[in-house]
Every structure is written in C-alpha cells, then in structure tokens.
Design a protein. Structure first.
Length: 256
C-alpha cells in the first residue's frame, strides 16, 4: 500500500469513527441550533435537557438507560480496538496503560481534580453570563424522576460522556491527526472545535465554553500524554452537573 493510499485510508477511518460517534452528534447540533434560532421563542428562554426519561414506567426507564449506556460506549470500544498495541502497555496510544509507580495513579487523579477546578469554577460564571446576554439556552442536566437508581445512572452517564469524549475526541483523534502530519496546535484546535460543535445544541455559549475546555484539555494531553486526568476531570464535572442540578435549582431557582 502506498503512502497516499495509507493516508486516504486513515482519513476514511476517522470519518467512519466520528460518523458513529461525536461527529454525528456535531451534525445534529448544527441542525438543532438552526432549528432553535428559527423558533418564535428567544434562545435564552429555551431548554436543552441532557438526561431525560426514556419510559414512564421506572423499570423500563432503567432498562433503556442501561442499554443506552452500553450502546454509546461501542465507539469507545472501536477506538480501543483500532489503537490497541501488541506490545505492552496495550493502550499506550490512547494515553492509558501502566503507570511506573503506584503514586502515578494518585498524581494523575490529582491532575484531573485540578483540571476540573480550572474548567468548572469559571464555567459556571461563563454559562450564567452567556444565558444573561441571550446566546445560550437553559441547560437542564437531568429531567429524570427521583428513583433509587437515578443517581447511579447519572454517575454512569457522566462516565460514558467522559470516556467517549476524551478517548475519541482527544486520544484517538490526536493519534490519527498526528500520523497525518498535523502539528500540535492544529490537532488541539481541531479537537476543540469538534468538542464545541457537538455542544452547539446548548447555544453559542455552550459552543464557546466547550471550545475553551477543548483547548485546555488538548494542551494538557499534549503536555502529559495521558488520558486519565482528562477522563477524571470530565467525570467529576459531569457528576457535579448532573447530580448537583436539582440542588442548585432548589437553592437558586432564578439562575437555574
């Protein structure tokens, strides 16, 4: 196979992976924001729910939530398969695998906590500001009813989002775009713009905020070469957002 054929095959692989995952979400988000802007209701008065009920009966709702969790991790399994290395550590090309010392896991989790704080604290102010000036919807992290399984499902959905976004949009895309000859900042910006685009359904504030998050996460991955801090940070952010939303709404009803 010639080098040109290899590059073409690699581009097609990227297109297929993204079409099965967050690339398609980006296309849906573009259409959704156009649809929102053509409504009679102002963008700031619209709601963008994230976790919604899938059936009025709790047992079936739980079953559908679990099935959705498993099915949406299929593209993650695909990139693990594509980037699997025969030599150990097998997941090194995904920024995962063994850490030299036991304390390495603690250090990487600490980096994840730091990233969560860097993104999360200003992110709340950014969201409220974007909504105040009318460029964002009211994001509703959960509309699930209060069942015994609600919080565990929200934690799982947060994990699903963290694994999908950080392993596909960062680790996988970084590996493939670098192989295609793109420089570090071209890769970082490509990943960040994709992250922002599939959040566009939330409004322009959601787009901008997630582009900024993508730049920070992309730089961190380029600097550290490890995906675990990104997954930890994203998981923490979404757990706080999903599970903390009902409390925030109760305490600050005018803001949320």
């Amino acid at each position: 196979m010639t080098s040109r054929e290899s590059r073409a095959r690699l581009w097609w692989e990227i297109v297929i992976v993204l079409a099965l995952s967050l690339g398609m979400s980006a296309l849906y988000s573009i259409v959704r924001i156009i649809e929102r802007l053509t409504r009679d209701t102002a963008l700031s008065q619209q709601k963008a729910p994230i976790n919604v009920s899938l059936d009025p009966r709790p047992a079936f709702d739980l079953a559908f939530q679990l099935l959705g969790f498993v099915s949406e991790l299929a593209p993650v399994a695909l990139v693990v398969f594509l980037l699997w290395s025969n030599a150990r550590p097998h997941l090194s090309r995904l920024g995962l695998g063994r850490v030299a010392e036991n304390q390495g896991w603690i250090r990487e989790s600490g980096r994840g906590l730091l990233l969560a704080a860097v993104i999360g604290i200003p992110g709340i102010a950014f969201y409220l500001g974007a909504k105040a000036i009318g460029i964002n919807t009211t994001v509703v992290p959960t509309e699930l009813d209060a069942y015994w399984w609600t919080v565990p499902i929200l934690v799982l959905q947060a994990l699903r989002a963290a694994l999908s976004e950080e392993l596909i949009v960062v680790a996988y895309l970084f590996d493939r775009l670098k192989r295609l000859g793109l420089g570090p900042w071209a890769v970082i910006m490509s990943s960040a713009l994709l992250r922002g685009t599939y959040h566009l359904y939330q409004g322009f504030g959601g787009f901008a905020g997630n582009v900024i998050m993508g730049v920070v996460f992309g730089w961190a991955y380029h600097r550290w070469g490890r995906a675990l801090p990104l997954v930890v940070a994203h998981w923490i952010l979404d757990i706080v957002s999903f599970a903390g939303y009902p409390l925030a709404r109760a305490l600050f009803p005018t803001l949320f």
